[in-house]
Design a protein around this ligand. Structure first.
Ligand SMILES: [Zn+2]
Length: 262
């Protein structure tokens, strides 16, 4: 997964068009085929098989580069992505939001991604830290309002009702999982290291998702925690950030090879 072209937030691990292309080309060369969350759901329910080498390309935030650089690279290899939209930067004219998320797509540009086969999921309105929010509002009401507004806004502008969700940042809560499970088919996490924020505390990612064993030498959770499997909790799906543990082409290749071995 990634957040589009970015040379600012992780300057030591930038994602330029060239670097993104280099990583995606490895997946292509190894024979991976992209799938979306509908296909994943069908497979888990036994309604369909997966390609021999399936891969999911996930993208969080509706930034401009999704429609152009990311789409251009993916489509060159016959791939399509899954885009998770936080709606505040789409509908609020706010300098702080522009600074935080950068220039956003228009609704028409997101519509063009849908036409190109991209899948759309939800990512809240204001992108709250879910761990802190659960401490501030144990009733879950504020989160429910975030999820409802996000879904309604996406449906109003794009005509699709999100059925899948990406948790925000490295934050999570028991409340968020419960609310997400009532509303969506899948909840997807984000792996940039080994630590997560859960219910107001720091927790090992591996402990959150119930994978035994020590963290790996690269600073991330055990390898078994890094891949989607049929039996795993659908509200604890992993995704590997391209600007973190798998930024180097060699590391990305090893990660994909690990999918074939498991
Ligand atoms: Zn996000």
């Amino acid at each position: 997964m990634c957040h589009g072209i970015d040379e600012i937030h992780s300057p030591d691990k930038p994602l330029t068009t060239g670097i993104f292309d280099a990583l995606v080309s490895i997946a292509s060369e190894m024979g991976f085929e992209s799938i979306d969350y509908n296909r994943l759901d069908d497979w888990r329910a036994g309604r369909t098989d997966l390609p021999a080498r399936p891969i999911m390309f996930d993208f969080d935030h509706p930034v401009k580069s999704m429609r152009y650089e990311m789409h251009d690279v993916l489509s060159r290899y016959g791939y399509a992505g899954n885009l998770f939209v936080n709606t505040a930067p789409m509908i609020r004219d706010d300098e702080a939001l522009r600074k935080k998320f950068g220039e956003c797509m228009t609704w028409d540009e997101i519509g063009e991604l849908i036409e190109a086969g991209w899948h759309i999921g939800a990512h809240t309105v204001t992108h709250p830290n879910l761990s802190k929010l659960s401490v501030k509002d144990p009733s879950g009401e504020m989160l429910r309002a975030e999820l409802a507004e996000c879904d309604e806004t996406i449906e109003k502008h794009l005509g699709v009702r999100p059925r899948d969700f990406a948790f925000t940042g490295t934050s999570f809560s028991t409340i968020a999982k419960r609310e997400v499970a009532q509303r969506y088919r899948f909840g997807r996490l984000w792996i940039v290291g080994s630590i997560y924020q859960v219910d107001g505390s720091k927790v090992r990612y591996a402990d959150l998702v119930g994978v035994p064993g020590e963290d790996e030498e690269d600073g991330g959770p055990p390898m078994a925690a890094r891949y989607i499997t049929r039996d795993m909790d659908p509200y604890l799906l992993p995704s590997m950030e391209m600007q973190a543990l798998i930024h180097e082409p060699a590391a990305f290749r090893v990660y994909l090879e690990g999918a074939l071995a498991s």
